[in-house]
Design a protein around this ligand. Structure first.
Ligand SMILES: Cc1ncc(COP(=O)(O)O)c(C=O)c1O
Length: 268
């Protein structure tokens, strides 16, 4: 089996322009999640920060769920965003949209929903709240690649969706992440803030690039590794679904009235 070292040829600079294995993984992710644009990044934490930068959330007010991964909000905190914390739904452990609505103020710019443990947020309700109050909708789907709500991928109704490919995730590349969006303007701003000027020039057709972008690029060998791991990802998702289904049967048979924070819709 080729090692990670075999997957990188020194001097190969295709990743600087977002080409080669990066372009190929981004195309796979767009198809898997059903969204138009993807940008590979070094990890999910930076993906969330890059998405927040692209959404102009520095120093802005953002509604976030009370239960999340610390990394869900690390980038927002670094950017000086002011967090308004809303409770989660006890059945799904994802954002309680009624609670979120109660903490939205006239200064709120965005809402962050986190698909914790692979359980999709109530994406239609989050989308409705965002549309009603003119908010941006950022989804942390780091734990939810492969999760679905009806026939669509979890949280694909968000303005930006962030994935993680860290060890233990459905697509396990050791490290890695991606930002997906249907909005061309957000895609362009993610590239502008996080990618090499070569890619900014190529993707955005710019003469004046942002040389001060923070380097959040994915290593090309990581993207190349993904071409092999994509089939493993499908297997991992299938095993997880089966494990969750078994756990639900055991809990239901126990008669203890326990609530599993999983299985409200299809899940990772
Ligand atoms: C919900 C959630 N958000 C964000 C992250 C951060 O992703 P990464 O470890 O790729 O930086 C993780 C990682 O475990 C996560 O589970």
């Amino acid at each position: 089996m080729p090692t990670i070292a075999d997957r990188y040829t020194p001097g190969d600079s295709r990743h600087l322009v977002g080409g080669g294995p990066i372009a190929s993984l981004e195309a796979h992710l767009c198809e898997a999640v059903g969204m138009r644009h993807a940008v590979c990044v070094a990890n999910g934490t930076l993906g969330l920060m890059g998405a927040a930068m692209a959404m102009d959330l520095a120093d802005r007010e953002v509604v976030v769920p009370a239960l999340a991964h610390a990394a869900s909000v690390a980038g927002l905190l670094q950017l000086g965003a002011r967090l308004r914390v809303a409770d989660v739904d006890p059945d799904t452990l994802t954002l309680d949209v009624a609670a979120a609505r109660r903490v939205v103020t006239t200064k709120t710019e965005a809402v962050l929903a986190v698909d914790l443990f692979g359980t999709p947020s109530n994406t239609a309700s989050v989308r409705a709240l965002a549309d009603e109050r003119g908010l941006l909708y950022l989804a942390d789907a780091a734990q939810a690649l492969g999760a679905t709500t009806g026939s669509t991928h979890a949280s694909s109704a968000a303005d930006a969706v962030v994935l993680s490919f860290t060890t233990g995730k459905a697509l396990d590349l050791g490290e890695g992440g991606a930002v997906l969006t249907n909005r061309r303007d957000i895609y362009e701003r993610v590239v502008w803030h996080t990618q090499h000027p070569y890619r900014q020039r190529r993707d955005l057709g710019l003469h004046l690039v942002n040389p001060f972008a923070i380097n959040m690029r994915m290593h090309p060998a990581t993207a190349d590794l993904a071409t092999r791991e994509l089939s493993g990802m499908q297997k991992r998702i299938a095993v997880h679904r089966e494990t969750v289904a078994r756990a639900r049967r055991i809990v239901e048979a126990s008669g203890l009235g326990l609530c599993l924070p999983i299985g409200v819709t299809s899940m990772l």
